[in-house]
Design a protein around this ligand. Sequence first.
Ligand SMILES: [Zn+2]
Length: 311
Amino acid sequence: MVGFRIGIDLGGTKIEAAALDAQGTLHLRQRIPTPPGDYPGTIAAITGLVRRIENKIGERPSVGVAIPGTIVAETGLVKNANSVWLNGRPLGRDTEAALGRPVRFANDANCFALSEAADGAAAGCHAVFGVILGTGVGGGIAIGGRVLVGVNAIAGEWGHNPLPAPRLPEEWPGPPCYCGRTGCIETFLSGPGLAADHRRHGGPAVDGQALDGPAIAAGAAAGNPQCQATLDRYTERLARALAVVINILDPDAIVLGGGLSALLHLYEAVPRYWVPHIISDTIVTRLLPPVHGDSSGVRGAAWLWHPGEYR
Ligand SMILES: [Zn+2]
């Protein structure tokens, strides 16, 4: 068998690995817990997964790794990883030494964008913006089937821009963000941001806890006007935030990922709301739900190598 590529998704709680064949099908998918706080253990876990897959497929294929942060080109050290024991570590060099071959790394949001651009929701599109709407808000850009990393390795990181065209006084200066700024897109469009907005507007709670995204969506579907109002605010804010991306990058497609991408009304409503904020009288940008879901990390990581580049 030939033509496999191994993709690894290094997450905060689990490490997932699989072999992607030339047709884009995943094989030998496996998942182990991430050894928390243990850097050498993390390298050993990655190496073990690669060896196990290699033994089964009888090849020594390319390896790509999706990480929750970035590797700084100048230093080779990880930064911005929420798996904090990786920060400041030469993860790339150490993994390559352990595996005895070059290994490519990319941020997990970039891998999401790449996976959906390669053979997912945005297959065939030239420029794709992949959005993560989950515990945090992230983004990645794929151009021509390659990740756009950027000179500072932050391309696509829109979550800590201020929410555009803020409504005063509610949205500016806005809620404090862990990054030290206020009114960041993430403070409104992450899952916790949505729940906090619902709470600020006096929305119904259960046992003193603000409702989460799915519960607010269920409440809206059941006719609760406060839940509906919260969803409307969320939808319109997402439209404003994405309009700025369209004005700058003008991608063929935007693919939503993360837990809140399951809010199906977004795909119809957001493109209606973004119209007044986009400087074009025709807008053909597509807003799409993800195809690969949880597999995006391993798939995108495998796609960091193109056929024929390795060996
Ligand atoms: Zn922020």
